[in-house]
Design a protein around this ligand. Structure first.
Ligand code: VG1
Ligand code: CO
Length: 542
C-alpha cells in the first residue's frame, strides 16, 4: 500500500517571500510536487497521527496537487487531513482552521496574486501550528532537504471526492472534507459588530466587493450578502475560476481598476473592496478616495476599539519595512509598541505569538491581526465597514480627519517587472556598493541622512535576517526603498517604494505622483533604474 519511490532532487525549490512559486509546467515535471512535499514533511518532527489542514485558492493544478498530497500525507503517517470542500480554502481561513482545530500545520496551494492557468503560476506553502507561514529556519531546512532528497513516500489510495462534505479514509488516515466558509464566518462575527453593519446597509449604504474570480467569492457571498444582508450582486466575480478569468487576481489600482472606477463614478457605491487569489490581500476604496494600505493600517489602529474584538485596545503595531510610517505615529500616540519587520507575513508570527502586537500590515495590500497568523482580506474590509458604521462618517471623512490629526504620508510603489535577472542584480550590487558614501550628499536638493541594507533582529527568537531591502533616508523623513521581489516567477521584479511625510494640513490634497515627483527622480539618480533595467517607466504603479 505504501510505496517508497526513488527520486532525483531539483535545485530550485527555494521558498521565497511566501512559499514556493513557479510556473505550472515546472510543477508538472516528474516528482516536482512529490519532492517538495516530502521535503516539507522531512523538515518537521512529531507529526505522526496528527492533523494537517489542506486547501488552495482554486487555481489550475490545485485539485491534482491535493490528490498527491493526500496520498503522501497518508504514507507519511498523518492521522487526519482536513480539506476545504472543492479544494477551496482561503489563506486566512487555513490559518484559522489550524488554530481552531489544533492541527499540526497546514499546506496552502496558492501563488496568491499571480495569474493562474496552464502556463501561469502555482505555489505551495507550509504553515506551522500557530497558523502562520513557516519561519525562515523551517523554509531554509526545506530547501536544504529538497536539494538532496532521494526518495519519497506515497500510498496507493484512490482519489478522494473533494466536492462531497464528510469523512472518508485514505489508508489509515482520516480525510475530512469540510465547509471552508463556516468557521471563518463565525470568527468574523465574533470580532465585528454585524448588527451595526447590517443596520448601515439597511439604511442605504451601498458597497461592491470584487472577488476577482478567486477564493474569496464564497466567503463574500456568505458574509456580506447572507449574514450582513447586502443585496445580491454586492459580491462580483464570485465564482473561483482556475484561471481567474484570465486576469491577475491582484487587488490594486491596475488589476481592480474597474471596481475603482465604479466607486469613483458619481452614481457609484459608497465603498468598494477587493481581495486577491488566496484571500489575504485587500484593497479598500471609499467614495472619492483610494485608501493606501499603509494608511489603512494606521487608521484601523487608531480606530481599533470601535470593533468588539479589539475593544480592550491593541498591544502594538508591526509593519513591514517598506510600509509607510503612518502607523508608527498612531502607535506612538497610543503609547504602544511598534515594530518594523522584513517583507513577508512570516516575520510577524513571533511578535503576534509573544503578544507584542495586535495589528500588522504591509504596503502590498496586506492587513491583519492576532485573530489568525496570516494577513486577511475580508477581515480588513469588515474592519472598515465596522469603523464606518460606528463613526457614522464616510471613508473619505475618516481618512481626511486622520491626516489632519497625524499628517499624511504620501506613498507609492513602482514595480519594474520581468527585468532580466542579471541587470536587476547588477543594480542592487552597485547600490550596495555605494551605500556608505551616500549619507551627507544631496540629490535634487534633498540631503541624504542615512542609507543602509535593512537587517532585522527578531526581538523574540533573536534570529537575524539580512539584506531585506536598501533604504535611502532623507532629512525630514522622506525615503526611497529598493528591493527585489521574492514572489515572481519570471526574471526579476524591482520594487521601488517612495514615501514623503507631509504634516501641513493645507497640503494634503495633492496628487500622489506629483507630491513624490522629486523623490521619484532622485530614486533614478541614485540607483540608475533606467540605465540598468532599460525601462523608462515602471510596469505597475500602486
Ligand atoms: C510580495 C509583497 C509582500 C507580500 C508577499 C506575499 O512579496 O511585497 O509584502 O507579503 O508578496 O503576498 P515580494 O517579495 O514579491 O515583494 V501574497 O498575498 O502574494 O501571499
Ligand atoms: Co495573497
Amino acid at each position: 500500500m505504501i510505496r517508497t519511490v526513488s527520486t532525483t532532487p531539483y535545485q530550485d525549490q527555494k521558498p521565497g517571500t511566501s512559499g514556493l512559486r513557479k510556473k505550472v509546467p515546472v510543477f508538472q515535471q516528474p516528482n516536482y510536487v512529490e519532492n517538495f512535499v516530502q521535503s516539507i514533511f522531512d523538515s518537521l518532527e512529531g507529526y505522526h497521527g496528527k492533523t494537517l489542514v489542506l486547501g488552495g485558492d482554486g487555481r489550475y493544478y490545485n485539485r491534482e496537487a491535493i490528490q498527491v498530497i493526500i496520498r503522501m500525507a497518508a504514507a507519511n503517517g498523518f492521522g487526519k487531513l482536513m480539506i476545504g470542500q472543492g479544494g477551496i480554502l482561503s489563506t486566512p481561513a487555513t490559518s484559522n482552521m489550524i488554530r481552531k482545530y489544533k492541527a499540526f500545520g497546514g499546506i496552502i496551494l496558492s501563488a496568491s496574486h499571480n495569474a493562474g492557468g496552464p502556463h501561469e503560476d502555482f505555489g505551495i506553502k507550509y504553515n506551522s501550528e500557530n497558523g502562520g507561514p513557516a519561519p525562515e529556519k523551517i523554509t531554509d531546512r526545506i530547501f536544504e532537504i529538497s536539494k538532496k532528497i532521494s526518495q519519497y513516500k506515497i500510498a496507493d489510495v484512490g482519489p478522494v471526492d473533494l466536492d462531497k462534505l464528510g469523512t472518508t479514509m485514505a489508508g489509515d488516515m482520516t480525510v475530512e472534507v469540510f465547509d471552508p466558509v463556516k468557521d471563518y464566518a463565525e470568527l468574523m462575527e465574533s470580532l465585528f459588530d454585524f448588527d451595526a453593519i447590517s443596520a448601515m446597509i439597511k439604511g442605504g449604504f451601498r458597497m461592491q466587493f470584487d472577488a476577482m474570480h478567486a477564493v474569496t467569492g464564497p466567503y463574500a457571498k456568505e458574509i456580506l450578502e447572507k449574514r450582513l444582508g447586502a443585496p445580491d450582486g454586492t459580491a462580483r466575480n464570485y465564482h473561483p475560476l482556475e484561471d481567474f478569468g484570465g486576469h491577475h487576481p491582484d487587488p490594486n489600482l491596475v488589476h481592480a481598476k474597474a471596481l475603482y472606477d465604479d466607486v469613483m463614478s458619481p452614481s457609484g457605491p459608497d465603498f468598494g473592496a477587493a481581495s486577491d487569489g488566496d484571500g489575504d490581500r485587500n484593497m479598500v476604496v471609499g467614495k472619492g478616495i483610494f485608501i493606501t494600505p499603509s494608511d489603512s493600517l494606521a487608521i484601523i489602529a487608531a480606530n481599533a476599539t470601535l470593533a468588539k474584538g479589539y475593544k480592550k485596545g491593541i498591544a502594538g503595531v508591526a509593519r513591514s519595512m517598506p510600509t509607510s510610517g503612518a502607523a508608527d505615529r498612531v502607535a506612538q500616540k497610543l503609547g504602544v509598541g511598534f515594530y518594523e519587520t522584513p517583507t513577508g507575513w512570516k516575520f510577524f508570527g513571533n511578535l503576534l505569538d509573544a503578544g507584542k502586537v495586535t495589528l500588522c500590515g504591509e504596503e502590498s495590500f496586506g492587513t491583519g491581526s492576532n485573530h489568525v497568523r496570516e494577513k486577511d482580506g475580508l477581515w480588513a474590509v469588515l474592519f472598515w465597514l465596522n469603523i464606518i458604521a460606528a463613526r457614522g462618517e464616510s471613508a473619505k471623512q475618516i481618512v481626511e480627519k486622520h491626516w489632519a490629526e497625524y499628517g499624511r504620508n504620501y506613498y507609492s510603489r513602482h514595480d519594474y517587472e520581468e527585468v532580466e535577472s542579471d541587470r536587476a542584480n547588477a543594480l542592487v550590487a552597485e547600490l550596495r556598493g555605494k551605500l556608505a558614501s551616500l549619507p551627507g550628499t544631496s540629490v535634487r536638493g534633498m540631503k541624504i541622512a542615512a542609507a543602509d541594507d535593512f537587517a532585522y533582529h527578531d526581538p523574540v527568537d533573536g534570529s537575524i535576517s539580512e539584506h531585506q531591502g536598501i533604504r535611502v533616508m532623507f532629512e525630514g523623513g522622506s525615503r526611497v526603498v529598493f528591493r527585489l521581489s521574492g514572489t515572481g516567477t519570471s526574471g526579476a521584479t524591482l520594487r521601488v517604494y517612495i514615501e514623503r511625510y507631509e504634516p501641513d494640513k493645507t497640503r494634503h490634497d495633492l496628487d500622489t505622483q506629483e507630491a513624490l515627483a522629486d523623490l521619484i527622480a532622485a530614486a533614478d539618480d541614485i540607483a540608475g533604474i533606467r540605465s540598468h533595467t532599460g525601462r523608462d517607466k515602471p510596469s505597475v504603479i500602486t
